[in-house]
Design a protein around this ligand. Structure first.
Ligand SMILES: *Cc1c(COP(=O)(O)O)cnc(C)c1O
Length: 400
């Protein structure tokens, strides 16, 4: 079947909850993807940072193969031989005391929210069902009813009420607003250190350190959602590392599965995650041996290939080069590491057609909201490949 037939089939039988670019990927290797007709594309999205280690990383694929032939699933009714080592290694990698394994990012977010509420009732002494979690405008924390309940994006939430109560929204990047929002019932502040879906929004310098200080002094948990910003994407292992900030809890996912398998986790303080008692929270597939084997190798690859350092060096050079591309319709180019957003002025007529033009040239990126193109290639990318991508961006900007 050719690409057009495959797209028609997806369109006919699938719900239309996405609007993909008109390209059908059939295989991939490293930073390259190939469509059904054999055309090669440079992947400049990396599945929203789930592919930091690149497509089909030989070591991660081999770890998966080995585990596939040995043991894939047990349920948490029994121990499995991969889970203990995975939990130890994710704690060592993140500096956390304890971890709780799940599958998708949305579930990791759900887990940190439940942990924070439980901590508020059991430890902080907030009256039952009064706990509040402060979140930021333009946040993205997944697609569950609870996560969209505190989204400020109409598209994400409009038809999905009634909403989960217990959340208070403040502006992103405004530490003073957090101080003002906190009450005796505040359990936690949940924040993305850089807002990815909102368009690579970077808070002012010192923001993370300031909210760490405020949360600490008010006995409020600081929860960083590092699902997209973590695992080297922004040039450090975690984005909070840029300001030497250690959150009380983190939600992790995406690159933890090395582009091979969905793996997520809530990690953090033992006096918070340790409050869960048997039966209070769980997941059929969470912590399964295949997931744990894949995640263990994914972490090893990140560390041994120093992917966070590559991201810092290559990202800084690419950002500078992008900023030097003259174009009257580019409002701003911002980023940290290989996590870069190019915001176009409204007069540009939307980012979508730029992404389509880049696709024609073999560079695959995706607009986020209307006017931002996100550049986030696998962190294994080579400088020459980034140079080629820059040429394509430059040409498309000069053509349109
Ligand atoms: C992707 C993402 C999520 C949701 O992860 P899923 O695996 O899609 O459920 C949550 N938070 C952030 C910051 C994300 O980027």
């Amino acid at each position: 079947m050719d690409s057009n037939e495959l797209m028609e089939m997806a369109d006919r039988y699938g719900a239309h909850n996405y609007k993909p670019l008109p390209v059908v990927i059939d295989r991939a290797e490293g930073v390259y993807m190939f469509d059904c007709e054999g055309k090669r594309y440079l992947d400049f999205l990396a599945c929203y940072s789930a592919l930091n280690q690149g497509h089909g990383h030989p070591r991660i694929v081999e770890a998966a193969r080995r585990q596939l032939g040995r043991l894939t699933l047990t349920s948490r009714a029994f121990h499995n031989a991969e889970m203990g080592p995975f939990l130890k290694e994710i704690c060592e990698y993140t500096g956390a005391e304890m971890a709780l394994p799940m599958n998708t990012g949305a579930e990791a977010v759900e887990t940190v929210i439940k942990a924070a509420r439980k901590w508020a009732y059991r430890i902080k002494g907030v009256p039952r069902d009064q706990a509040e979690i402060v979140v930021c405008a333009d946040n993205f924390h997944g697609r569950t009813v609870t996560a969209v309940s505190f989204s400020t994006e109409t598209l994400y939430r409009e038809d999905f009420g009634p909403y989960t109560p217990g959340f208070k929204v403040i502006p992103f990047g405004d530490a003073g607003a957090l101080e003002d929002a906190i009450t005796s019932c505040t359990a936690a502040f949940l924040v993305e250190p850089i807002q990815g879906e909102a368009g690579v929004n970077i808070p002012p310098d010192g923001y993370l350190a300031a909210v760490r200080e405020i949360t600490r002094s008010h006995d409020v948990l600081l929860i960083a959602d590092e699902i997209q910003t973590g695992f080297g994407r922004t040039g450090r292992r975690f984005c909070c590392d840029h300001e030497g900030v250690k959150p009380d809890l983190m939600s992790l996912g995406k690159a933890l599965g090395g582009g091979v398998y969905p793996v997520s986790a809530a990690v953090g303080r033992a006096d918070v995650l340790g409050l869960f008692r048997p039966g209070e929270h769980g997941s059929t597939f969470g912590g399964n041996p295949l997931a744990c084997a894949v995640a263990r190798e994914s972490l090893k690859v990140l560390e041994e290939e120093r992917l966070h350092e590559r991201s810092a060096t290559l990202g800084a050079a690419f950002l500078e080069a992008l900023r030097a591309v003259p174009h009257p319709l580019v409002k701003e180019v911002r980023g940290r590491g290989l996590f870069i957003g190019m915001e176009l002025l409204p007069e540009a007529g939307g980012a979508r057609r730029y992404c389509e033009a880049l696709m024609e040239r073999g560079l695959l990126c995706k607009e986020t909201h209307d006017n931002v193109i996100r550049f986030a290639p696998p962190l294994i990318i080579e400088p020459e490949q980034l140079d080629w991508a820059l040429d394509q961006v430059r040409d498309v900007l000069s053509e349109i």
